[in-house]
Design a protein around this ligand. Structure first.
Ligand code: HEM
Length: 443
């Protein structure tokens, strides 16, 4: 059973603030909006550190990326550069043609398979990796498939507790025998070669400036706010962070949304009629009218409620001793916030387990980190900085897939039989690939 499921069951018995001692390490597990608010708003400054975990440290070049780097100036400056150069609304708008081209390639590729079974999961992940690669480092990489395959395995390796992290006093000893560590090191050697090629390419060519070019400037100390110059490894850590954080989550959301719509054909019908009404005159989907797709936006919100891609958030760690609800929490306590369980709590949601996008139509409820019943992007200082980048990567492909195709299940499968089980891992991937038959719609 995935961890967020077990922890939900435990919270139903022991309450919304649980203290666990796993090996030598203190953990708290939060399962209510009130305590989530206490941790990520009221006491956010105390809880905005990341623990030093073995596998993320290997993956992220000694925690020099954004997601796993400890709280401090290095993290703050790096996050700021990436927001300005890649993730701000203005930069995101400048990538519009990249998104439209990659989505149009997806439609062409699906059209050639009309009437036969298409693996939508695979197609959607490839498309999003393509968009992110072009935005982050200027072009698709010919080695993209290596990344995609490596990530599939890394997500699973990151899913469990690594024994070396639970016994810090003998970590050196335990890490020598960790099979996950050996496997991860092998995968990282493969991705490292690709990342180094990307950096070398940028050193030798002077095309349009992208994030990698900007980061490379910090190696020469120009206006350097990072105090210590960035090394190649630091830059690789950041590229990899954004490439994977950006692609895995957005693609996963598109796949879950399509799966929910296939399972709930009335929702699919309503979404298709909205998209076809809005884009009917144009006869193709582009980004100009996406703001009119009120129902589709509600579908995306409802998808992120039932299938938040990082169900326990990225682990945090307290910096000092503190109190929550009268309980003493020691310094260096690790924190998991079960946003998956909170978003399915019947005390806060009507028909909590049902897929009902209407609940978000005409509602002010949002995922900006202020409604703690619903925080699929986290909240506080460590909140996801990629929302503006993610939304068009989810909205445009969904609108396009709904506009151009009707979707049929294969082998006589019924809608209610679509498998919605989750695979075990760091992100909430759908266990089985979504395979459907596209029927091209000719308006
Ligand atoms: C549907 C899409 C996405 C979802 C659901 C999502 C969700 C999350 C969540 C839950 C966190 C952890 C927040 C916390 O610990 O409080 C996070 C962190 C992060 N996300 Fe996203 N994310 C998405 C898209 C993106 C994109 C497109 C990018 C960049 C291209 C991105 C970059 C990051 C980074 C760098 C962090 C680490 C932030 C830090 O530690 O300061 N994410 N994301």
């Amino acid at each position: 059973m995935p961890h967020h499921h077990c922890l939900k069951v435990l919270a139903e018995k022991y309450g919304p603030l649980m203290y666990l001692k796993l090996g030598e390490v203190p953990y708290i597990v939060v399962t209510s909006p009130e305590i989530a608010k206490e941790v990520m708003k009221t006491q956010d400054l105390n809880f905005c550190d990341r623990p030093n975990l073995l596998l993320p440290t290997i993956f992220s070049y000694n925690a020099t990326d954004i997601a796993f780097s400890p709280y401090g100036d290095y993290w703050r400056q790096l996050r700021k550069i990436c927001i300005v150069e890649l993730l701000s609304l203005k930069r995101v708008q400048s990538f519009r043609s990249i998104r439209e081209e990659e989505v149009s390639k997806l439609v062409k590729s699906i059209s050639t398979c009309e009437g036969s079974i298409v693996n939508l999961t695979d197609n959607i992940f490839s498309m999003t990796y393509g968009i992110t690669a072009r935005a982050v480092f200027g072009k698709r990489t010919k080695h993209q498939q290596v990344f995609k395959t490596a990530m599939e395995e890394i997500v699973i390796l990151f899913g469990g507790f690594c024994i070396a992290d639970l016994y810090p006093s003998i970590r050196m000893l335990l890490q020598r025998v960790s099979r996950a560590k050996t496997r991860l090191e092998k995968l990282c050697r493969e991705t490292d070669r690709i990342l180094q090629d990307i950096i070398n390419d940028h050193r030798s060519s002077h095309e349009d400036e992208d994030l990698v070019d900007v980061l490379l400037k910090f190696q020469h100390g120009n206006n350097d706010p990072l105090q210590n110059h960035l090394t190649d490894d630091n830059i690789k850590a950041v590229i990899q962070d954004l490439f994977t954080a950006g692609s895995e989550t957005s693609s996963g959301t598109v796949v879950w949304a399509m799966s929910e719509m296939v399972k709930n054909p009335k929702v699919m019908e309503e979404a298709q009629s909205e998209v076809r009404r809005v884009f009917g005159r144009k006869r193709y989907v582009d980004e100009t009218e996406l703001h009119q797709l009120i129902y589709l936006k509600a579908i995306i919100k409802e998808t992120l409620r039932l299938h938040p891609l990082i169900p326990l958030l990225v682990p945090r760690e307290s910096r000092e001793r503190c109190e929550i609800n009268g309980h003493e929490i020691p310094a260096k306590t690790r924190v998991a916030v079960n946003i998956w369980a909170i978003a399915r709590d019947p005390n806060h949601w009507d028909e909590a387990e049902s897929f009902k996008p209407e609940r978000f139509v005409n509602s002010t409820f949002d995922f900006k980190g202020t409604n703690f019943e619903y925080i699929p992007f986290g909240a506080g200082r460590r909140m996801c900085p990629g929302i503006a980048f993610a939304l068009p990567n989810v909205e445009l492909p969904l609108a396009t897939l709904l506009y151009h195709f009707d979707w049929k299940l294969h082998n006589g499968m019924k809608n209610e039989e679509v498998d919605m089980s989750e695979s075990f891992g760091f992100t909430l991937r759908k266990k089985s690939d979504l395979c459907l038959i596209p029927i091209t719609r000719r308006p």
